[in-house]
Design a protein around this ligand. Structure first.
Ligand code: SF4
Length: 290
């Protein structure tokens, strides 16, 4: 049923993962090697329906959630997504929530009516990789969207009732001044988005990516564990959100941390400071992973 590497957000660990596209239609981000081996393809509806019929009985009683993969499945036309959501509902009457990875253009290319229709059919959450709030960084990593476009997309989805989970990448701006700018802009842009969920991962360079090759050539520098905490601190300092569940507990991070913001802001800052002072330890390098 699955083709190639299949990834999903950590919070979808208990969901039924259903591949409705293969690979990523963008597939240009210089830090991402996830779909290097996959030529982008939209799976036919018959194939997807057969997968649903096969998989749903196996997960009945275990989960009420479904995650639609691969990379940016939200690029599919609305009527195609509606047919899949209807089929899911038919085979899985207990269906609680459907999640999906989305790019800015996927959301902005749909009307509010289309987004509301998808929401009414249980599409409850989009996962959007902001990566950085700094347009220079976004351009250099070939993200294919500006910070403003991603902000507009998140606001639009949330106004239509679809929750947004936004992901940023510590270290993507490199070291020094670039890193500081990246962190500051990321905090500010995430504030404007005011997403329901916001998480920070830490960049790990993969050999099979342009950024990995730039690192090998000495043209890109990775931040140190201390610098990753300082970036995180700058992001939190600049983060002005209303009620956001914040997580930096991904396996790639040096200090697993989280809370609800703004309520836990000081607690999160204190935990970062304690770690920077050396009062608490960081996750050792050999325990980090993607
Ligand atoms: S949009 Fe996402 S999946 Fe596609 S290349 Fe960029 S990071 Fe990878």
């Amino acid at each position: 049923m699955y083709e190639g590497m299949v990834i999903r957000p950590p919070s979808e660990a208990r969901s039924l993962i259903l591949q409705i596209t293969l690979g990523c239609s963008h597939n240009r981000c210089t830090f991402c090697g996830t779909y290097n081996d996959k030529k982008f393809r939209i799976k036919g509806l018959e194939e997807v329906f057969a997968d649903i019929e096969e998989a749903v009985p196996e997960v009945r009683g275990y989960t009420k959630r479904v995650f639609l993969a691969d990379g940016d499945a939200m690029m599919l036309p609305t009527d195609h997504l509606v047919k899949i959501l209807d089929k899911l509902q038919q085979e899985m009457p207990e269906l609680g929530r459907v999640g999906i990875y989305a790019n800015a253009r996927d959301i902005l290319g749909k009307t509010e009516e289309e987004l509301k229709l998808l929401e009414s059919k249980k599409l409850g959450i989009i996962y959007l990789g902001l990566e950085s709030g700094d347009d220079e960084v976004l351009k250099s990593v070939k993200k294919g969207a500006t910070a403003q476009e991603m902000t507009d997309a998140v606001i639009k989805a949330q106004e239509c009732g679809i929750k947004a989970s936004v992901i940023a990448l510590l270290g993507l701006g490199g070291r020094g001044e670039g890193g500081r700018r990246h962190a500051e802009a990321t905090g500010k842009v995430a504030s404007r988005m005011n997403p329901r969920f916001f998480s920070c991962l830490t960049l790990m360079v993969l050999e099979n990516t342009p950024i990995g090759r730039a690192y090998e050539r000495g043209e890109f520098e990775l931040i140190t564990p201390e610098e990753s905490l300082k970036e995180l601190r700058i992001i939190i300092e600049n983060l002005d959100v209303k009620n956001t569940i914040f997580r930096a507990n991904h396996a790639s991070n040096y200090l697993p941390i989280g809370g609800t913001l703004p309520r836990d802001r000081q607690k999160v800052l204190d935990a970062i400071d304690a770690c920077l002072r050396g009062d608490t330890g960081m996750r050792p390098e050999f325990l980090r992973g993607l």
